[in-house]
Design a protein around this ligand. Structure first.
Ligand SMILES: [Zn+2]
Length: 418
């Protein structure tokens, strides 16, 4: 039976060269007493944008594990897949993130609705979930509403799960169900009844990714009401613990946070909450490594710096094309971006300071960072030259990649250091 450990982290690597540098951060954490399972994740969208294949991610993960002599479990995540996209991941992935956000609100059949509502009526009245401040008021009407919104979507997750299980065999992979790309956040009641529906479908949900309030923009910190996030996060932990007992879901069930990278202000909150609840956590923070490659190249000066300046100039020239796949998860103020001529005049240090995610640094520019974050496709277009530069500047890049994962992510989130 493939199960995922209490703590795990989804890491991405657009160009497949940073496996060992990323893994060294997990080894450093292990040496300090905390084992976190690395999960290499790449979505179908990302594969399409840069022309990689799921096999490439598997090869990278296996090679990194071998060269670093990592002996604990690790996974390869088919991130954000559905029935239309899952097939090419089946042979090589052992973690599947079933994304059913697009199916939310689609109608289930009247018969399925009636059956579900009838079964859930045992929770009618004031439902007390330990750890959730207010009792959840459950009525036939509220159950109808939740079913109308989510029942079809969870049934779709069931279809995808069974499709994967038929190919890989039950118990041979980790199943995540994600709703994080939904239009509205799920309430604790919705999450509870979604998990009920998932249990009825026979989905052994190991990780679930709800949508939270606030903005999870690409590559920059959380934008929103931190206290409100803290309450939602703690309530979701409570719902998961209660749903596990109530519906017989896997003991390892935990929250998955699709962070869009670098939600630093949330890490201390999440750390305290998972410690208090003795809960596990999966954090996805994939795009951050591509930015460390750019920073490593910029820091090394010369041809590396020239290349990342060129990328920026081209990205601005093709702004709409770069932004299109990410419109809902970026907030770039184009007036606040430096011009390409200004960037061309940057020293290595200036480029690094403008891009690097150090909010205490005066030169740091969140608009510049988001812009570079979404422009990885341009490096893919110049892949031969980019790969050559990545190889030529290994030391500078790997130092940045390892230290970013360890110091900015693992230490505050899993070790409680700030
Ligand atoms: Zn996501």
């Amino acid at each position: 039976m493939t199960t995922i450990s209490k703590y795990s982290m989804g890491i991405g690597d657009r160009f497949g060269l940073e496996g060992p540098a990323q893994l060294r951060a997990f080894q450093a954490a292990k040496a300090r007493g905390i084992t976190i399972a690395p999960v290499w994740n790449k979505s179908n969208r990302e594969h399409t944008l840069i022309g990689t294949r799921p096999e490439d991610v598997r090869a990278e993960a296996d090679a990194a594990v071998k060269s670093c002599q990592w002996t604990d479990p690790y996974f390869v995540d088919a991130d954000h897949i559905g029935l239309a996209t899952v097939d090419k991941f089946l042979a090589v992935s052992d973690f599947f993130t079933i994304d059913v956000a697009d199916a939310i609100g689609k109608p289930a059949t009247d018969g399925a609705m009636a059956k579900y509502v009838a079964e859930m009526e045992r929770f009618a009245g004031a439902l007390r979930i330990p750890g959730v401040a207010e009792p959840v008021v459950v009525s036939q009407a509220s159950l109808q509403e939740i079913a109308a919104k989510y029942l079809f979507a969870v049934a779709e997750a069931g279809r995808v799960y069974r499709h994967i299980a038929a190919q890989r065999g039950e118990g041979n992979f980790v199943t995540e169900v994600s709703f994080d790309e939904a239009n509205t956040p799920q309430t604790p009641a919705e999450l509870f009844f979604i998990l009920a529906a998932a249990a009825r479908e026979g989905i052994p949900v190991a990780t679930v990714a709800p949508k939270f309030t606030g903005e999870f923009l690409k590559g920059i910190d959380y934008v929103g009401d931190i206290q409100r996030f803290a309450r939602e996060f703690e309530e979701d932990l409570a719902v998961l613990a209660f749903a596990k007992k109530t519906f017989g879901l896997p003991e390892t069930l935990k929250l998955s946070i699709h962070s869009g990278s670098d939600k630093f202000s949330l890490y201390p909150i999440m750390h305290r909450a998972i410690k208090k609840a003795d809960a596990g956590l999966h954090l996805k923070t994939a795009g951050t490594t591509w930015l460390e490659e750019v920073i490593g190249l910029a820091a090394s000066g010369g041809a590396g710096l020239a290349f990342v300046k060129e990328i920026y100039r081209e990205a601005l020239g093709r702004y709409d094309e770069m932004a299109k796949p990410y419109l809902t998860v970026i907030a770039i103020d184009r007036q606040a971006l430096p011009t390409p001529d200004e960037v061309d005049a940057f020293s290595a240090e200036e480029y690094v300071e403008t891009l690097e995610h150090d909010q205490a640094c005066k030169r740091f520019n969140i608009h510049f960072r988001q812009m570079v974050h979404i422009s990885f496709r341009l490096a893919a277009e110049k892949r031969a030259r980019y790969t050559e530069l990545l190889k030529a500047n290994r030391d500078s890049i790997e130092t940045h990649v390892t230290s970013n994962i360890l110091k900015r992510h693992i230490e505050p989130l899993f070790l409680g250091l700030i």
